[in-house]
Design a binder for this molecule. Sequence first.
Ligand code: R5P
Length: 288
Amino acid sequence: MKAPISIISGPSSQALAGRVARALGCHLADIDFSTFPDGERYLHISGAADIEYAVIIQSTSTDSDYISLLQTIDACDTANRVDVVIPYFGYARQDKRFKDGEAVSARALAGAINVDRVFTVNIHNQNVLSYFDAPATDLNAAPVIGEHIAAMELNRPMIVAPDEGAIDLVRSAADHLGVDFDYMEKTRLSGEDVLIKGKKMDVSGRDVVIMDDIISTGGTVVETTRVLDENGANRVFAACIHPVLVRNAVLRLFASGLEEIMATDTLDKSVSVISVAGLIAGAIKEKR
Ligand code: R5P
């Protein structure tokens, strides 16, 4: 008989973990998180000794989230099997040594995760999967976003990638929907600013969804919106897998004239209206 699954939520993925447990109809562990006066994190799982197969769900958008992930894995050390789902794996953009002397941060962080299996969702670069010791599977949430877009009754919709790196993601959603897609050319000027090369696009009078894996400062989407407006787009929406949304990104995005921001719940933000719980539950069932 297969061991019963317990879903263990880290502090950053509570809503998503609850939804996955609901989708699987399995046990959701009772966990307490707190912070000591000096800032150190504390974590306690009630009934940890009875857990046979732990599936930990924790996104790591902050260093503190990453510490909590390691603590959760450690607290599950009496389980027979421990899998982790890291819906958003921070530092994945530091996936290689761009110049001498740099840390390959994604490798450093992945290397410290000792479990039986790892799942990520649209990790920024697939190369990062090889940095985990355990077998790692990246799940594609683009079709889930595609389904959400399909239900929106858009006028002659088109999906646009803000750079070549997002083409596969956009193609995956567009193919699922049977709608047109295109892409822009982006040059990054600084951490916050990008240049999107003006380009003739068949968007006049159409509703356009800009789709990217991550929206962080919002700079990429703001610039893409400007170019789409210049090309006469009707309404412009933004969709992403991971709503990192630092500082005033949400304000910046709405101020650019965007109609709406839609994201998945790999990160729990106000715009996380599309759940990847079904996708994760399906993968856990398949690989158990
Ligand atoms: C970059 O390669 C990513 O795919 C995103 O385009 C980027 O992280 C978005 O960042 P921002 O919102 O700060 O422009």
